[in-house]
Design a protein around this ligand. Structure first.
Ligand code: ADP
Ligand code: MG
Length: 238
């Protein structure tokens, strides 16, 4: 089943085209990495899928519904923001519950979801703490928890490791991989880091210059790069 489908999608900011006729299918349960240099349109693509940017032309469908009929809250997708976006004056529990309270969900259902998410992320003992009382890695887990409680059909990560130190980057990357193994939900993960892409992806979408350069498994991309750009970017041999 295809969860998210872009067909011939273009996007400009003013007179500058940043996505040009891009087509892509993300299958249900897949972990797809958008890999490309800074400015290649990765965040714009993710924000269009999330409904935070409109598309200029082409079609975007999510779960078979066209995006223009779906408000951001109806898409069943959740963005994972970086850990610094947590509310400092709220506990972990309140941070995770906040987005659900905003949409008027019943308190008992919110409680269940927060409990389940805390269990999934193995952080039940952290629920009453404030962000300042957490390590960087724990804060990033809470940021993921805020997405999990929405029980989305797809998670969207935009460079989630970019503000973490090297050791924490590795640990959080492993945690995201384990989370995907455990809940098998579609994930789109944006990065400019080829190591992250190689270690996480079921498939990598290499972006460059408004277009897709190549789509393939990490091994395909590494061993059979479709262009000099891809070879250089992922450090292929030969
Ligand atoms: P990436 O995430 O791969 O670094 P972006 O999607 O952020 O790339 O940006 C792609 C291009 O679009 C860049 O040239 C950027 O400057 C431009 N851009 C992104 N958002 C806006 C915006 N809101 N207004 C004008 N230009 C933008
Ligand atoms: Mg970006």
């Amino acid at each position: 089943m295809s969860d998210i489908e872009l067909a011939n999608v273009s996007k400009s900011f003013g007179s500058v085209k940043v996505i040009d006729g891009l087509s892509l299918v993300v299958n249900s349960g897949e972990l797809v990495v958008f890999l490309g240099p800074s400015g290649s349109g990765k965040s714009t693509l993710l924000r269009m899928i999330a409904g935070l940017e409109t598309i200029d032309s082409g079609t975007l469908t999510i779960g078979g519904e066209r995006s223009e009929h779906l408000a951001p809250g109806q898409r069943g997708v959740a963005m994972v923001f970086q850990n610094y976006a947590l509310y400092p004056h709220m506990s972990v529990r309140e941070n995770m519950a906040f987005g659900l309270q905003n949409i008027g969900m019943a308190g008992s259902e919110i409680e269940r979801r927060v409990r389940d998410a805390a269990r999934t992320l193995e952080m039940e003992e952290l629920l009453e703490r404030r962000p300042a009382q957490l390590s960087g890695g724990q804060r990033q887990r809470v940021a993921i928890g805020r997405a999990i409680v929405k029980e989305p059909k797809a998670f969207l990560f935009d460079e989630p490791l970019s503000n973490l130190d090297a050791a924490l980057r590795v640990r959080t990357r492993v945690e995201i991989a384990e989370l995907h193994q455990r809940i098998k939900v579609t994930m789109i993960y944006v990065t400019h880091d080829q190591t992250e892409a190689m270690t996480l992806a079921d498939r990598i979408v290499v972006l460059n210059d408004r277009q897709i350069e190549q789509i393939g498994t990490p091994m395909e991309i590494y061993l059979r790069p479709a262009s000099r750009f891809v070879a250089g970017f992922v450090g292929s041999p030969g």
